[in-house]
Design a protein around this ligand. Structure first.
Ligand code: ADP
Length: 470
């Protein structure tokens, strides 16, 4: 059963019960009041008539009229119960000889009340008072009145009460139904709108009619939930899209060396025996391409492990010592070869400490240095420095190389992205994305500044005292 009907039914039951109880109470109260009214009127009149007669007065027409108001009749009997006089408004069904009220009065000598069947609409209430007029015989003055008028009034009241209660009950049920409908109509609106929200369109929100009531609060909560769902879906979409393009790029990058390897292998197969020179060339190319593939696969593995969130092995380390080592490594790799820029280390003079995974951060320094050397022509300069700055341990690699066009600068940390200036050099465009992944896992940031034709500066920043990322 719907809430609307349950509310209606509950209201109808509650109001109905109250109305019925009220009706029963009113009816009972009135059904005892009306007959007792009849009785007290009759008693008053009987006593009044008895007083007059007892005083030896004769009842005049005016007095009789007053005594017989509201259908009260008066009878005067002698000591044997015979009717001496009666008011004209009583058309007796019998002479009342069988009635017991006056008899009891005569026997007891006290006023007595009780039921009698004197009037044409019995039962009546009769009250008999003994009197003895001065110098006269004992008599009984009786006053009486039929209960009929009281019963009729009670019947009319009962019918009116029942009709009134029924009408009130109907009104209450209809009112409760419309009230419940009005109160629940915002819920209908919410259900309607919610039905229209699908997975593909989470941008819609439910209408909030009144933000302060219960339904308003519920709607606002659902809207907040929808916002969270929307951003979760958007993030999922973004991740899926990134994964798709990553897989496509990776396959593409792997296919290039594989195509050359299979080409040279075919060449080796066809000419290798007859032409030793061609064979040497093919083997060298195959070696070169497989090396390239190996380093590409290694880089992909590093990224995949980073995505999985392989834990860091962090400890308190000196960043300036690490920078010095990286510089020595880069010089060794470059050898004394001409055509390479010079690599220098600029000490900050103080100790620069951080809480990091030494091997991983060394990897980042190597990536920055490799790039700096790669994209800086002979005669150029590469400078590495480490310093502490506003709670950050900073390692910076700057060069006087080709630089990066301004509009491409925000993209170079993306996977497989290579700026136009790098076309002539080898690389898959994964180095910087690995660097960023490692630094962000440490709770740090990577930054790049560049001026095309003049040089670039790459920096990694890590919080000095933080243990975030663990
Ligand atoms: P790559 O293997 O191409 O070097 P990276 O992810 O290391 O891949 O770098 C992405 C791109 O950023 C490079 O292709 C290059 O265009 C640009 N880049 C990185 N470092 C430098 C630098 N020191 N000078 C100029 N360009 C750079």
């Amino acid at each position: 059963m719907s809430i609307r009907w349950r509310l209606t039914l509950f209201n109808a039951l509650a109001i109905g019960t109250i109305l019925v109880l009220l009706g029963v109470f009113l009816f009972t109260a009135l059904s005892s009041t009306l007959p007792s009214n009849v009785e007290s009127t009759v008693q008053d009149r009987a006593l009044e008539a008895a007083r007059s007669i007892g005083a030896g007065k004769k009842l005049g027409p005016k007095e009789v009229e007053r005594l017989t108001l509201n259908g009260v009749y008066v009878i005067v009997r002698d000591g044997q119960g015979r009717v001496l006089a009666r008011t004209v408004n009583l058309v007796p069904r019998n002479n009342g000889q069988t009635d017991t009220v006056w008899r009891r009065t005569l026997v007891s000598g006290n006023p007595t009340g009780g039921e009698a069947n004197l009037s044409p609409e019995p039962p009546d209430y009769v009250y008999a008072v003994p009197v003895r007029p001065p110098g006269g015989e004992a008599r009984v003055v009786e006053a009486g009145k039929s209960y009929e008028s009281a019963r009729e009034a009670l019947n009319v009241f009962g019918v009116a009460l029942a009709a009134g209660l029924l009408a009130a009950l109907l009104l209450a049920v209809v009112g409760a139904y419309f009230l419940a409908r009005a109160a629940l109509s915002p819920v209908e609106a919410v259900v309607d709108s919610a039905r229209r929200i699908t997975e593909g369109d989470l941008s819609k929100r439910l209408p909030v009619a009144n933000g302060r009531d219960e339904i308003g609060r519920l709607t606002r909560t659902i809207n907040r939930l929808l916002s969270r769902l929307e951003s979760a879906f958007a993030r999922r979409e973004e991740t899926l899209a990134r994964q798709r393009s990553f897989t496509a790029d990776a396959s593409h990058e792997l296919r290039t060396p594989l195509t050359s390897i299979s080409g040279y292998a075919r060449m080796l197969d066809e000419w290798g025996l007859e032409d030793p020179e061609a064979a040497r060339k093919a083997v060298a190319a195959i070696k070169r391409e497989s090396e390239r593939m190996k380093s590409l696969v290694e880089e992909l593995l590093i990224l995949a492990r980073g995505d999985e969130g392989v834990p860091l092995r962090r400890s308190r380390q000196s960043l300036d010592a690490l920078a010095g080592e990286a510089v020595r490594g880069a010089r060794e790799a470059a050898g004394n070869g001409a055509g390479k820029p010079s690599v220098g280390y600029q000490s900050s003079g103080g100790l620069v400490e951080g809480y990091f995974d030494r091997d991983r951060i060394r990897q980042v320094a190597d990536i920055f240095l490799d790039n700096a050397v790669k994209y800086t022509p002979a005669g150029g300069e590469v400078l590495v420095s480490a310093r502490e700055e506003a709670g950050w341990a900073v390692l910076e690699v700057s060069d006087t190389g080709v630089g990066i066009p301004k509009e491409q600068l925000p993209l170079i940390f993306e996977r497989f992205y290579r700026a136009d200036t790098a076309r002539a050099t080898e690389g898959a465009g994964l180095g910087l994305s690995i660097a960023r992944q490692i630094v962000e896992a440490h709770g740090g940031v990577v930054e790049a500044r560049s001026e095309p034709g003049k040089g670039s500066t790459f920096a990694l920043k890590m919080p000095t005292n933080s243990t975030s990322g663990e």
